[in-house]
Design a protein around this ligand. Sequence first.
Ligand code: AR6
Length: 166
Amino acid sequence: MKLSIRKCDITQIEADAIVNAANSYLEHGGGVAWAIVKKGGYIIQEESREYVRKNGPIPTGEVAVTSAGNLRAKYVIHAVGPRYGVEGDDKLESAIRKSLDKAKELGVKRIAFPAISTGIYGYPYERCAEIMAKVILEKNPEMEIIICLYSDDAFEVFKGVFSKYF
Ligand code: AR6
């Protein structure tokens, strides 16, 4: 496994899959989700709606896959993280674990994650970083993982936490 912590915009990443911080209805109206649709094209929102129409809403902690439209990535893995203080850390663990499982199933060699649940859903960066590090350590997946942080603050916190474990 190769791991890097970067300050970046996930829509610019060249990877087989990028993970989206989604809601259960895959309505990508804000945050990183909106950035992905804006850059990748409305096809991502359309495929998302089709998925929910066929399968119903995605429970917190679960994932769904669509294409990545015009992005450099092949797939978007939409992971539904928990709302801080409303749903538990186990759901964030699950969202990360299932993203990695799905990536493996899709033959992904390089995947990029945003800091799921740390925007609109309110998770502190440190808590998210600890949970991500724990799941990645446990799974030790055979792929390259990029953790993509959007703000200086998030980048510093993630660097600090990950340096304890990796
Ligand atoms: N690249 C990387 N990270 C980003 C980008 C970007 N282009 N833009 C924002 N972030 P959020 P959530 C960071 O709110 O908390 C959406 O409306 C951002 O700074 O996108 O899981 C969904 O549709 C933050 O650290 O996701 C759901 O309704 C992190 O991405 C809801 O928000 C996650 O912030 C999900 O909330």
